[in-house]
Design a protein around this ligand. Structure first.
Ligand code: BGC
Length: 694
């Protein structure tokens, strides 16, 4: 549908019809208008597979949706650091959406992981805006390559679940620009998502949905966005203000407030031109979505699942591997301990929950490769009662039962110790049960359930060859880290997690994930510890730009595992870092090359990370920031030259006086690091004359 035709259609609509168009029809569609030939498009969550609730009138449970392939959660996808993989994940999801008549996928979430305690971190990518922007963008391009729209969410500064419907994220201008807006900016400019979802929270006192500065002035004015802004479900508090600000479509359907929009026009509070603009944006999205629909496709679950298995294999992060205990030997005697071995935790709770097609588990898959024995190790945790932020049954008795379900069971531990002693190696499957990590609620701390920690302590004391496989959506503390030989972080792997775990543990694939976030030593160390989740409805982001590794590296604070960290079954070395110029000039780029070689015996993938570090200067800045990365596959002995192109914006900070990005005159280093803490090569660059990127 052309722009002119859309304008014509809007001109034919009555004021009331236009007002009605600005809210949905029930939870998952826009309103159709037969008289005008306006169809409705279907929207479904979400980032981790389709949650299509076709007969939503009958659905009583948020988890009740049509079966669909369950993808690795975003926390896992991001750990792959692989743009091409994210594109392929998105493309598969897009194809499945096409086949199931879904026109818009409500995801991905690219909010910054300000605290490891945000209950929804599993649905976000990183604590680093560049990583979230690059990988989120690749995933969106993949989805949209299938002719299905993506809706990037939750714009803006929505980094906690506590009081998410009312709290104000109070963030200064520089921090917004350098950190919280950055991933959205690059995605909007480069991947061009069909929709942007405005978040529940307020930003500096004004609800996101009603915040004209962010929804229109920046998004459209500065970043050139041409898609449609949709409110998060129930995030609009003032219908007319939302339309005026640029949140075109309020979701879900709230027919009872549609008249507020028409009344506001009649009363002269809302300019009818703004309403027309909103309608044009909605109609463009709806027609684009519906017209791109194809009826000739069928779902190929095998192909889709194969891509997802590869994604888990590329996302798992090997955190420790003493004495090269991994990979396990085929045919050896291995004890699998912990209920997650058979009943994996593979996805997060809330709106991204998917009813899987075929869930696999490590116990069944590894049975083909070794002599596996099993012990449950800990009781099954209670199921969460929270339904997206609504505490349905808050009575103390139930809370007590939930707490008890996480406590150690001495009998199960004793059994596990015996099984472990009778084996060559014990592999403990531990992590966070859904009860401890779900949309609608923030986590209380970094600890695993007491039942999991006690099990690891007891088994590792009895069996020196203990390996821990973790399933969790966000960082956890590991008080037992010195007692175990290996730790493999799977994050939440989706429905193919069983096959992938078997391949990783037995060395059929080499782990190549890197942490897209810091694992701190303790929660008190985290940069926002003193202001998360805020008081009353105010959440001061007082740590400013010092989020995640920007804080720990600047303060030289020890962490459990740094951002960017991850081991491999092989070894890589770096040589010959070169820059084609050492002078940074306005409009000029710097081409950087570095050689990376696999000097081990296994093939493997390495994530090459480039950080930029200002050397002094009067502006306080993080000591280094990731500005480029690439993932390369190398056979044993193979060497490759990786190249990056840096532009002045990679050296810039936000100047609050000039309201723009600026590169200060001075010296900078370009560094190649194995992770945010460990730099291996460097080259100095100088900028002789300041550069303003207004
Ligand atoms: C979530 C969104 C989701 C929407 C629809 C909201 O509660 O915040 O991420 O897309 O529900 O399920």
């Amino acid at each position: 549908m052309t722009e002119a035709k859309i304008k014509e259609l809007v001109a034919q609509m009555t004021l009331e019809e236009k007002a009605e168009l600005t809210s949905g029809d029930g939870p998952w569609k826009n309103k159709a208008f037969e008289r005008l030939g306006i169809p409705s498009m279907w929207m479904s969550d979400g980032p981790h597979g389709l949650r299509k609730q076709e007969n939503y009138q009958e659905v009583k449970d948020i988890n009740d949706s049509l079966p669909a392939v369950s993808l690795p959660a975003e926390c896992a996808m991001a750990a792959s650091f692989d743009r091409d993989l994210l594109y392929r994940i998105g493309a598969e999801l897009g194809k499945e959406a096409q086949c199931k008549k879904v026109h818009l996928i409500l995801g991905p979430g690219v909010n910054m992981k300000r605290s490891p305690l945000c209950g929804r971190n599993f649905e976000y990518m990183s604590e680093d805006p560049y990583v979230a922007g690059e990988l989120g963008g690749a995933y969106i391009k993949g989805i949209q390559s299938a002719g299905v729209g993506a809706c990037v969410k939750h714009y803006l500064a929505n980094s906690q679940e506590t009081r998410r419907f009312t709290s104000s994220s109070d963030v200064d201008e520089r921090t917004l620009r350098e950190i919280y807006m950055k991933a959205f900016e690059s995605i909007v400019k480069d991947a061009k998502p069909m929709a942007v979802m405005s978040s529940y929270n307020k930003i500096n006192g004004t609800y996101a949905t009603a915040n004209k500065y962010f929804m229109t002035d920046v998004l459209r004015g500065e970043w050139g966005y041409e898609g449609c802004v949709i409110s998060d479900w129930g995030a609009t508090h003032d219908r007319a203000a939302a339309v005026a600000a640029g949140t075109a479509l309020t979701m879900p359907g709230v027919n009872e407030t549609d008249h507020e929009v028409s009344n506001a026009v009649k009363a002269g509070i809302l300019d009818e031109k703004d309403l027309d603009t909103a309608c044009e944006q909605i109609l463009k999205m709806v027609f684009d979505g519906v017209e791109a629909h194809r009826d000739d496709l069928t779902v190929d679950y095998d192909t889709e699942r194969a891509v997802m298995r590869e994604a888990v294999e590329q996302s798992a992060v090997l955190l420790k591997n003493k004495d090269r205990i991994l990979p396990l030997q085929e045919g050896s005697k291995v004890a699998f301990i912990g209920g997650f071995a058979r009943d994996p935790r593979y996805q997060g709770g809330g709106s991204s929950h998917v009813t899987p097609i075929k869930l696999t588990n490590a116990y069944d898959e590894c049975g083909k490769l070794a002599q596996i024995t099993y012990a449950q190790g800990y009781p099954e945790a209670a199921k969460p009662r929270l339904l997206v932020g609504v505490d349905l049954a808050g009575d103390n008795e139930q809370k007590e039962a939930e707490r008890r379900s996480l406590e150690p069971d001495e009998k199960l531990i004793a059994e596990a110790v015996e099984v472990a002693k009778a084996s060559d190696v014990a592999v403990i499957f531990a992590g966070l049960p859904e009860l401890m990590e779900s949309e609608g609620e923030d986590r209380k701390g970094l600890d695993l359930p007491p039942s999991h920690n006690a099990l690891i302590e007891a088994v590792s004391a009895a069996q020196p060859n203990t390996v821990v496989v973790l399933s969790n959506g966000s960082p956890v503390a590991m008080p037992w880290i010195r007692n175990v030989k290996a730790v493999l972080e799977l994050y939440l792997g989706g429905e193919t997690v069983g096959e992938a775990t078997a391949n990783l543990l037995f060395g059929k694939v080499n782990p190549s994930g890197r942490l897209p976030e810091t694992f701190p030593m303790k929660i008190e160390d985290t940069p926002c510890f003193l202001s998360f989740p805020g008081e009353g409805d105010r959440v001061p982001y007082q740590e400013g730009v010092y989020i995640g590794y920007r804080y720990y590296t600047t303060k030289k604070m020890p962490v459990l595992f740094p951002f960017g960290y991850g081991l491999s079954y092989t070894t890589f070395v770096y040589t010959d870092l070169k820059a084609d110029t050492l002078d940074l000039k306005e409009g000029g780029n710097i081409k950087v090359t570095v050689n990376v070689k696999n000097i081990g015996k296994e093939a493997g993938r390495e994530v090459v990370q480039l950080y930029v570090a200002p050397k002094g200067g009067e502006i306080k800045r993080p000591v280094r920031e990731l500005r480029a990365f690439d993932k390369v596959y190398l056979e044993p002995g193979q060497e490759e030259t990786v190249s990056f192109t840096l532009s002045p914006s990679d050296f810039a900070y936000w100047d609050i006086d000039k309201h723009g990005f600026r590169v200060a005159e001075g010296e900078y280093s370009i560094l190649i690091g194995r992770n945010a803490f460990e730099m291996v090569l460097g080259e100095d660059i100088s900028c002789q004359k300041e550069i303003n990127l207004l």
